[in-house]
Write a protein that binds this ligand. Structure first.
Ligand SMILES: [Zn+2]
Ligand SMILES: [Zn+2]
Length: 249
C-alpha cells in the first residue's frame, strides 16, 4: 500500500498549498481520502482523476470537501471524452449527515453517493475498510478510516478531539495519520474537536502504532517545531506531513 500526501494544511491553504487530501494505492485500488481546497491540482501530479476507484470523505467541513464540485465536473468531462465509461461513475463514500451535503454528492452520471457509518465494512479492490466516529464537530459525524491490504493497516484519523475511542481501531496500525492542529503556543485553553501535536504523539505512542504521520497543520508551522513537540512518539518513524510525501507499507 502506498500513501501519498497530496496536501495536509488546515483550515485554509497557504501559498501554493491546499487542504487535506491523501491518495492510497494498491495493486487493485486507487482511493482518494478527503478532497480539500486544491487537492485536484496536486492529484494530477500522481494520477489522472479518471483512474480513481473511489472517494472517501471523513466529514463535510470545507477544508475536507472544497474540491468535490470540481472533481464531479472533471469526471463528467472525462466521461464525455470517453476516458472513463459513463457506466462507471465515481462512488463517493461519506456520512449521511448533514443531509444537504450528502444530497450534493450524486452528480449526473459522474458520481454516486454511498452513506457510511460505524457499522460499515466494505472492500474496494483489495482494501478492506471500516470506520470510527471521532470526537469532532457540533453534532454532525466525522469518521476516521481503517484501511487494510496485504496484511498492512493504515488508519486515517480525520479530524479528532481527545475523546475519540481509538482502542480496538487504531492500536498497532502500521501507519497512523493523526491530526496535530495545535502547537503549544496556540493551543486554546479549552480545545474542542482537535488535538495538539504533543497529544497526537502521545496518542500514537499509547496505541503502539508502528509509524506516525502528523497532519492537519497550519501552513506557517515550522517542521522543526512540529518535530520537537512530537518527541513523545518513540515507537517508529514520525513523519510530518508535506506535499508529495510518499510512504510505502
Ligand atoms: Zn473538521
Ligand atoms: Zn479539518
Amino acid at each position: 500500500m502506498r500513501i501519498t500526501v497530496l496536501v495536509y494544511q488546515s483550515p485554509y491553504p497557504g501559498p501554493n498549498g491546499a487542504t487535506p487530501g491523501y491518495l492510497v494505492e494498491t495493486r487493485a485500488a486507487r482511493i482518494l481520502l478527503d478532497c480539500g481546497s486544491g487537492v485536484l491540482a496536486q492529484l494530477g501530479n500522481h494520477t489522472p482523476i479518471y483512474h480513481l476507484d473511489a472517494l472517501l470523505l471523513s466529514h463535510y467541513h470545507h477544508d475536507h470537501i472544497a474540491d468535490v464540485g470540481v472533481l464531479q465536473y472533471g469526471i463528467m468531462v472525462h466521461q464525455l471524452f470517453s476516458q472513463r465509461p459513463t457506466e462507471k461513475p465515481l462512488p463517493i463514500y461519506a456520512p449521511a449527515q448533514p443531509i444537504a451535503n450528502a444530497q450534493s454528492l450524486p452528480y449526473k452520471q459522474a458520481t454516486t453517493f454511498h452513506p457510511v457509518d460505524e457499522k460499515t465494512q466494505m472492500t474496494i479492490g483489495d482494501i478492506q475498510i471500516s470506520f470510527l466516529r471521532t470526537d469532532h464537530g457540533d453534532g454532525d459525524p466525522c469518521f476516521a478510516m481503517r484501511l487494510e491490504a496485504s496484511g498492512k493497516v493504515l488508519v486515517y484519523g480525520a479530524d479528532s478531539g481527545p475523546h475519540t475511542k481509538w482502542k480496538g481501531f487504531a492500536d498497532g496500525a502500521d501507519l497512523f495519520i493523526c491530526e496535530g492542529t495545535y502547537l503549544d503556543h496556540n493551543k486554546p485553553k479549552e480545545p474542542k474537536g482537535h488535538l495538539s501535536v504533543r497529544e497526537a504523539a502521545q496518542l500514537a505512542q499509547e496505541l503502539a502504532c508502528r509509524s506516525l504521520m502528523i497532519t492537519h497543520l497550519y501552513a506557517e508551522y515550522e517542521v522543526e517545531e512540529v518535530k520537537n513537540q512530537a518527541k513523545a512518539y518513540q515507537n517508529g518513524p514520525c513523519h510530518i506531513a508535506q506535499i508529495g510525501l510518499q510512504i510505502e507499507l
